[in-house]
Design a protein around this ligand. Structure first.
Ligand code: UDX
Length: 427
């Protein structure tokens, strides 16, 4: 049954949530203080690169189930459901920064209609729903935690076909009313208390990051013992207690969530009296992985990287997104730059470099980035890198060396072309 929903915040989470809830048949209005962004959205322009979102946006506008407003005018705050999809960035000390959430909760409390439900979708430390409830301070308002598990590049699919829907509440009636919003989806709904729902989110991201760091470390072991990580990962992943996903070696994990959520959970645990050393080790292992890739590049060149021209293919934190926040590609490139390398970048979706890489050059093609370089390093698994003209690249590069930090290419194919090819944990 269609419900009246207000979404506060139109970032990755807010936009995806609003467009998908409208697609599920609800009446949705999304609010943001960014006037330009709201004007763009009302004219159907999608401000983020996310597969399928522009279509859902257009459909929502066309059916008039979805609209955008830059003013939180009171009637919009009187809808039955108010979703908080606000940024909770990482503060200097690693803790999550919650001022946006608290300010919105403060501004909401006098406008909310009776029996309204405030649904928090932002990633927040355990105990935040309780604080929101205290800030709003109204017996007739319920707060519900409904964490998201959206991956950039597959956010729509992850929203409409989730493995599970987590609902955290301290009143079953409110929990059931939020569950009802998702009645068109087949996914299992797990109804728990506030703290457990808030913890599941951090637990999921941390476990996934740990799994990635495990396979990266295992790749290093494979190199040492002469095993092949792809065969080992296949053997590992077919154990249904482990599963084959998130076992792809790479330069390390990054993005706008993993690094932030890992630090937040480590902090949260230590604030609560538990030193989460296992997670601290995973964070350290990730920094080690960046160094391991930079060392591989130096080893491939066989001399100091001082003044050496290096081609870097990929700047985003993974393929399928234009997001460079906490990208491992940037972390590795910074290490290469510190070793004196002259960096020549190409990425299908990134045209400008962050400040910390400003002495590098971004090219508008992989061919230009590779020309006259002494080594090529692949840091993002863009599928188009598989179809590059590697025979030509072998000719136009100054020397034919490649470090494939995403195990994207076939070693034998590249060696047959004449490349000295190195990758992670493969023979
Ligand atoms: C993640 C969570 O998956 C998602 O549920 C949560 O809501 C937000 O954070 P995202 O940040 O989009 O999503 O990235 P994800 O696809 O999880 O990848 C995270 C990092 O791990 C990337 O840098 C990626 O390249 C790396 N990764 C992932 C690997 O190196 N190997 C893998 O097998 C999987």
């Amino acid at each position: 049954m269609a419900k009246q929903i207000t979404i506060i915040g139109t970032g990755y989470v807010g936009l995806t949530t609003g467009a998908c809830l409208a697609y599920l048949g609800h009446q949705v209005v999304c609010i943001d203080t960014n006037v330009e962004k709201i004007a763009e959205l009302n004219s159907g322009i999608c401000p983020i690169y996310e597969k399928g979102l522009p279509d859902l946006l257009a459909k929502g506008l066309e059916t008039e189930r979805l609209s955008f407003s830059d003013t939180a005018d009171t009637k919009l705050l009187q809808n039955e459901f108010i979703f908080l999809c606000l940024p909770t960035p990482q503060a200097e000390d690693g803790r999550a920064e919650l001022s946006a959430i608290y300010e919105v909760a403060e501004s909401l409390k006098s406008f909310l209609s009776s029996k309204a439900i405030v649904v928090n979708k932002s990633t927040v430390p355990v105990g935040t729903c309780k604080v929101i409830s205290q800030i709003i301070g109204r017996e007739d308002i319920d707060i519900v935690s409904n964490p998201e598990f959206l991956r950039e590049g597959s956010a729509i699919e992850d929203f409409l076909k989730p493995d599970r829907i987590i609902i955290g509440a301290n009143a079953i009636e409110a929990s059931d009313r939020v569950a009802e919003l998702y009645s068109n989806l087949e996914s299992p709904i797990i109804q728990v208390d506030w703290a457990s729902a808030e913890t599941v989110k951090y637990a999921t991201n941390s476990f996934l990051a740990m799994k990635v760091s495990f396979v990266n470390a295992l790749a290093a072991v494979c190199e040492a013992v002469g095993a092949d990580i792809e065969l080992v990962a296949k053997g590992l992943g077919t154990d249904n207690r482990i599963g084959s996903k998130f076992l792809q070696p790479g330069p390390g994990w990054g993005g706008s969530c993993f690094p932030k959520d890992m630090q937040a959970l480590v902090r949260l645990a230590s604030d609560s009296g538990y030193k989460f050393e296992l997670l601290e080790a995973v964070v350290d292992a990730n920094a080690q992985q960046f160094k391991r890739i930079a060392e591989k590049v130096e080893k491939a060149v066989g001399k100091s990287l001082e003044g050496v021209h290096v081609a870097v293919l990929g700047l985003t934190f993974k393929a399928g997104t234009d997001d460079i926040r906490n990208s491992p590609a940037i972390a590795v490139s910074k290490l290469l730059s510190e070793l004196g390398a002259q960096l020549n970048f190409y990425d299908p979706l990134v045209e400008s470099l962050p400040e910390e890489l400003s002495d590098g050059i971004v090219h508008d093609s992989a061919e230009k980035a590779v020309t006259n370089t002494e080594v090529i390093v692949i840091l993002t698994e863009w599928p188009e890198f598989k179809d590059l003209d590697w025979i030509k690249f072998q000719r136009i590069a100054k020397s034919s060396k490649i470090v494939d930090a995403r195990n994207l290419l076939n070693p034998q194919t590249l060696r047959d072309i004449g490349f000295e090819y190195a990758s992670l944990g493969r023979k």
